[in-house]
Design a protein around this ligand. Structure first.
Ligand code: MN
Length: 375
């Protein structure tokens, strides 16, 4: 294989509607924005990647608009002529130019890997992790942290084959949150694997109390009970907890965060996401560190379209251990998509795309329809 030099990196901001509003602990959305990154190559295939900022900059500090600026003004010019097949060098180039900006870098890296995998004629998971260890991923359905329709929505999703549910928390007072979840468990039953995620808004005493209550309710996992930097607090909760597992999300973004969390025994499992890790390869490294420390891995979501979902699915398919399943619900929450043939779900599982590259093709008419108008 000869080199596959980058000839252009282009970005487009898209706004897509979602089926119902989604309440996080401190933030609520009724549409979702994306940054489509398109990499053209000299005589080779075009690659695409997707920048995400779930619900806006509250989670990562990166906005879609900021990602576009950092890529257009700083990263793209430096990548012209870079070989798509040399992913680590491209990542090092981006690191030299900009600290952080991991979601933006991940979007570019995904496009490079898509182009490279298409040139090789292999699915992206071959380049990300040496091939797929599974061809379908069990999907946990995530319920909004506010609203009264959750029981019906959960029942519908269980009927469609989902076997695990997540409840967003933290928007309501803890007592009300627990009561709301208790009602759901009463109605849906104990055969489902439940997860509670307050996005780090509880203080230590609240979390310690809530974990006892969640355990009594039969909840299996609590995600990010404390603020992202509170490794000592997370570790103390792990020591106190008996049945429930502590899952780190905001606490573990890049590979070095996985190392710090493992050293502090701050969690039982790690949520892996390409965006927060700074790319697919770095997310695989974070997962490898977690695995080496005996921690489980969970395939998290940033509510991607089928494009970003396919990229994450290739990563999760390649991880040796994904014992907590995944949460790639983005395409099911959106009312439309930006690819010609959206990723497919069956019996509550996401089927890992099998075609070359990301295995999905951009629908350019849809891209045009959802492109944000210049204001
Ligand atoms: Mn989370």
């Amino acid at each position: 294989m000869t080199a596959l030099p980058v000839t252009s990196v282009r970005t487009t901001v898209l706004d897509l509607p979602i089926r119902r509003s989604h309440q996080f602990a401190t933030h609520h959305i009724d549409h979702q924005s994306y940054l489509l990154v398109t990499v053209t190559t000299d005589g080779g295939p075009t690659g695409v990647g997707e920048g995400v900022s779930p619900g806006g900059p509250w989670w990562s500090g990166e906005s879609i608009e900021g990602q576009q600026q950092i890529i257009d003004r700083y990263l793209a010019p430096a990548l012209i002529g870079t070989d798509c097949l040399d992913t680590h060098r491209a990542l090092a180039t981006m690191d030299r130019i900009a600290f952080g900006n991991d979601f933006a870098k991940a979007a570019v890296e995904t496009a490079l890997i898509d182009a490279a995998a298409r040139a090789w004629g292999v699915p992206a998971h071959v380049l990300i992790g040496g091939g797929a260890t599974r061809d379908r991923l069990p999907v946990r359905w995530a319920l909004s942290g506010a609203g009264t329709e959750v029981v019906q929505e959960a029942a519908d999703r269980i009927a469609q084959g989902h076997r695990a549910l997540k409840m967003k928390m933290g928007a309501l007072p803890p007592d009300d949150d627990l009561r709301r979840l208790g009602l759901l468990v009463d109605k849906i039953g104990a055969d489902v694997d439940y997860l509670a995620d307050p996005n780090g808004v509880w203080d230590f005493r609240t979390a310690a109390w809530a974990i006892r209550e969640l355990e009594a309710m039969g909840i299996g996992i609590v995600e990010q009970p404390l603020a992202r930097a509170d490794l000592a607090g997370m570790g103390a909760l792990c020591t106190r907890a008996t049945a429930i597992r502590i899952l780190a999300d905001e606490t573990v973004c890049r590979p070095a965060d996985a190392l710090a969390a493992a050293a502090a025994r701050a969690c039982d499992a790690v949520s892996v996401k390409p965006g927060k890790a700074g790319g697919l390869l770095r997310a695989a490294q974070a997962a490898a560190i977690a695995g080496a420390a005996g921690l489980g891995c969970y395939g998290g979501t940033a509510l991607e379209t089928s494009l970003g979902t396919a990229a994450a699915a290739h990563l999760f398919a390649a991880l040796p251990d994904l014992r907590l399943g995944c949460e790639l619900i983005g395409p099911l929450l959106l009312t439309d998509d930006i690819v010609t043939d959206p990723v497919r779900y069956h019996d509550g599982d996401l089927l890992v795309p099998t075609g070359p590259g990301l295995g999905v093709d951009v629908d350019w008419d849809k891209v045009e329809r959802y492109t944000r108008c210049a204001s």
